[in-house]
Design a protein around this ligand. Structure first.
Ligand code: FE
Length: 133
């Protein structure tokens, strides 16, 4: 498991773009079909935009039709932590980076086999690196 990364708000603000900061550090959501990765098909690894913790392989990315990058499983069992999110009158499972606690998105039980999970992520919280499979 990646080492814990702790930075002050001021440090995150300096390191990240305004959109990355709003989404990853403040729990925001980018509008559907606007992020840089919802329709991205490269082969490689999606890392946390804040701390570079590896989160998803392109091998588990699929087109959910939602307008957000969607995956059916994380790259390892412990790279993502889950929290209950009761905002907006819904009960959802929020996903955060296990190393730096960045808000990534939510996970829903309506994904494809073999997991049946849909990790619905924000492009703003991710950083893609090309890597041969
Ligand atoms: Fe992180």
């Amino acid at each position: 498991m990646a080492d814990k990364v702790e930075k002050s708000d001021a440090e995150w603000r300096q390191q990240l773009s305004d959109e990355q900061y709003a989404v990853a550090r403040c729990g925001g959501t980018e509008p559907a079909f606007t992020g840089k990765y919802w329709n991205h098909k490269g082969v490689g690894v999606y890392r946390c935009a804040c701390c570079q913790n590896e989160l998803f392989s392109s091998q588990s990315k699929y087109d959910s039709g939602s307008g957000w990058p969607s995956f059916w499983q994380p790259i390892s069992a412990d790279c993502i932590a889950e929290k209950t999110d009761t905002s907006h009158g819904m009960v959802r499972v929020e996903t955060v980076c296990s190393a730096c606690s960045a808000h990534l998105g939510h996970v829903f039980p309506d994904g494809p086999p073999p997991t049946g999970l849909r990790y619905c992520m924000n492009s703003a919280s991710l950083d893609f690196v090309e890597r041969s499979a």
